[in-house]
Structures are given as structure tokens and as C-alpha cells.
Design a binder for this molecule. Structure first.
Ligand SMILES: [Zn+2]
Length: 68
């Protein structure tokens, strides 16, 4: 058991704003910064989308590093 070692990269997650498809048959959602317009419609089924949040892994971006 190598519990002292920290060679596993920590996955940083963050509550991210997303848009969820309102159709019950559809599981599509998009990140807010990937949305196509201010009030996006689902790219799969064209239904309206509701703003929501999801805890997602943060994609590390070295040019925009912020610490909490
Ligand atoms: Zn949809």
C-alpha cells in the first residue's frame, strides 16, 4: 500500500454552468462557454435548453491559472 506517494494527478472539479436539454428522452447538455447563442437550443433534438450547473473536471489551462 503506497499511500505516501502522490504520483496520481489530482482531478480538480468545479461547478460549471451548463445548459440542459428539456426533452426527457434527450440527455444532451452543453457547457455555457460552448453554447451557440444566449439561449441555446439542443443541437440534437432542437428542444429548448434550461440553465443548470454540473460539477465537471477543470481543463487545466496554464495561461489562466487561478488558485482558491
Ligand atoms: Zn435534446
Amino acid at each position: 500500500m503506497a499511500f505516501g506517494r502522490r504520483n496520481v494527478e489530482e482531478v480538480v472539479t468545479e461547478e460549471t454552468k451548463i445548459w440542459e436539454c428539456t426533452s426527457e428522452d434527450c440527455i444532451c447538455w452543453v457547457r455555457d462557454n460552448f453554447k451557440s447563442s444566449d439561449v441555446p437550443t439542443c443541437p440534437l433534438c432542437d428542444s429548448p435548453m434550461n440553465p443548470s450547473t454540473k460539477v465537471l473536471p477543470v481543463v487545466e489551462n496554464h495561461s489562466r491559472h487561478h488558485l482558491k
